[in-house]
Each structure stands twice: as structure tokens, then as C-alpha cells.
Ligand binder design. Structure first.
Ligand code: OGA
Ligand code: NI
Length: 261
């Protein structure tokens, strides 16, 4: 965990000329660096964040698109992505046991997309004017988050923003919206945001597991008593509604796929 965090701290310190080759606002690019999800001239608000993201699975398919600087990048990040993937499957199997699904239910198409997404927030001169990340819920299946030693992540609970405590070497597990749908509404997907820091640099490593584009998402049959809470949809269909129609409002997006009572 420390090696990977150090690799990313080093990565963001590399000269602009090197990082520029990854710079893109094209969300279809498998490995990219951006200073916000949208370009300055089209965005309504500018969030105080740099982000570096790439696919991790299957490793052989993507590793050649990863940076080769810092020199140990590929070695360290491939081990990290293999180990976090194993941990995610362990957690998913515990979830299966907890809700009453067969072991391995989430293996295959429901968890084929595995992305690493690193947030890097430089000090913000006036934290009251913007956020490091907007209010959102994670749209994927499940997320692991490793934070550095600077606070910033907050979750919304009973109408109040609560800071997520920093515990050294703890990993934050965030159930995503697909888990809420597949569990037939038994999971809560937390609403969260990131606040900026006036003095410190903050780096976090997110590992996102999500469905393949072709998989059909629907409540798991063993968890449906009478009627399923949601109709079946494909993940790209969900993402389109989530980002465009709902402007990342999870309830709005979920209601679009909810079966009427
Ligand atoms: C995210 C996220 C939190 C953080 O990437 O979806 O919520 O602390 N990150 O970086
Ligand atoms: Ni998030």
C-alpha cells in the first residue's frame, strides 16, 4: 500500500512534459490524466482535482498503456491491482453470504471492469469556494479507497456531512449503485464528497469494480420476494442516465429504473 501511494506521489511530481502524453478529456481513453472531468470552458463548476485513471483487468491487455515512470510503476501497480482484486472478491463473497446469494455470484460479467482512479488535490487557497470532488455516489458495483494522511472525504448521514476518519492502512469500502440494484435495494450506497485542504496535498487511490458493458443488471432472483424493485438494464444505459439525465444524482437515476409500486 505504501509503495503504491509513493509511486503516485512521485508520478504527480514528474515533469509536465512526461505527464502531458496522458492528458486527455476523452472518457473512452483507457489511460488518462485530467484536471477535471470536463474542460474548463464547458464546465459549470471547476472542482479542485487532478485525476489519473486506467484499466487494470485483464492486466496483459492494459499494462502496456500504463506509464513507465516512475520506473517501478508497472511492477508496483500490477501487484496492487492483483491484490486489491482478490480482496474485492473476498468482500463480495462475504456480501453473498450476508444477503443469501451463492458464493461467486458477482464473478464474471458483473465485475469485469476493473479501474484504478487516483485523485490528487493540490492545496486550495480558499477551500470555501470549491470542492475536491462533487457530491456523488459511486455508480459501479463496489469501490476500495486508500487515503493518504490528509483528510477530505465526507459522507452524508442524516442530512449532515461527516468526515471519514483517517486510519493508517485502512481501506474504505464503498458499496456502489449496482450493488444496491442487484441486492434489490438492501444496500445503502453512501452519498459522499471531497473537501479541499488549504495547505496540504492530498492523494487517494480508488479501485473500482464494475459490470462489463454487455452485462444485464437486475435484482438477484433469490433476493426478490414478490416484485423486483428495479427493471433490468445494461450498465452503459445506467451510466448515460446517471451522468446526463440525473447529473450524478443517484436517487434520480435509480428512480428511472425503479418498478412502480
Ligand atoms: C471517488 C471518490 C474519494 C476520495 O473517486 O469516487 O469518492 O477521497 N473519492 O478521493
Ligand atoms: Ni466516490
Amino acid at each position: 500500500m505504501d509503495d503504491t501511494m509513493n509511486i503516485y506521489k512521485e508520478f504527480f511530481k514528474l515533469p509536465g512534459e512526461y505527464k502531458a502524453k496522458f492528458y486527455s478529456n476523452d472518457i473512452n481513453k483507457s489511460c488518462r490524466l485530467c484536471s477535471s472531468t470536463l474542460a474548463y470552458d464547458t464546465e459549470e463548476f471547476h472542482y479542485w482535482r487532478d485525476n489519473f485513471t486506467h484499466h487494470c483487468y485483464p492486466l496483459e491487455e492494459y499494462i502496456m498503456t500504463w506509464p513507465n515512470k516512475p520506473t517501478k510503476y508497472r511492477e508496483v501497480v500490477s501487484e496492487y491491482s492483483i491484490e486489491t482484486r482478490k480482496l474485492l472478491y473476498k468482500i463480495l463473497d462475504m456480501i453473498c453470504k450476508g444477503v443469501g446469494l451463492e458464493k461467486g455470484y458477482f464473478e464474471g460479467e458483473l465485475s469485469k471492469t476493473n479501474v484504478i482512479s487516483v485523485n490528487h488535490h493540490i492545496p486550495c487557497p480558499n477551500p470555501s469556494l470549491t470542492l475536491g470532488m462533487p457530491v456523488h455516489s459511486d455508480p459501479n458495483l463496489i469501490t476500495l479507497l486508500q487515503q493518504c494522511d490528509v483528510p477530505g472525504l465526507q459522507i452524508l448521514k442524516d442530512g449532515k456531512w461527516i468526515g471519514v476518519q483517517l486510519i493508517p492502512h485502512a481501506i474504505v469500502v464503498i458499496p456502489g449503485l449496482q450493488l444496491k440494484v442487484i441486492s434489490n435495494d438492501r444496500f445503502i450506497t453512501p452519498v459522499h464528497r471531497v473537501v479541499t485542504h488549504a495547505k496540504e496535498v492530498r492523494t487517494t487511490i480508488g479501485v473500482f469494480l464494475g459490470p462489463s458493458p454487455k452485462s444485464l443488471i437486475k435484482p438477484a432472483t433469490p433476493l426478490v420476494r414478490t416484485e423486483p424493485e428495479f427493471r433490468a438494464f445494461t450498465y452503459p444505459e445506467f451510466l448515460k442516465t446517471f451522468t446526463a439525465g440525473a447529473k450524478c444524482d443517484a436517487q434520480f437515476a435509480l428512480n428511472h429504473f425503479r418498478n412502480k409500486a
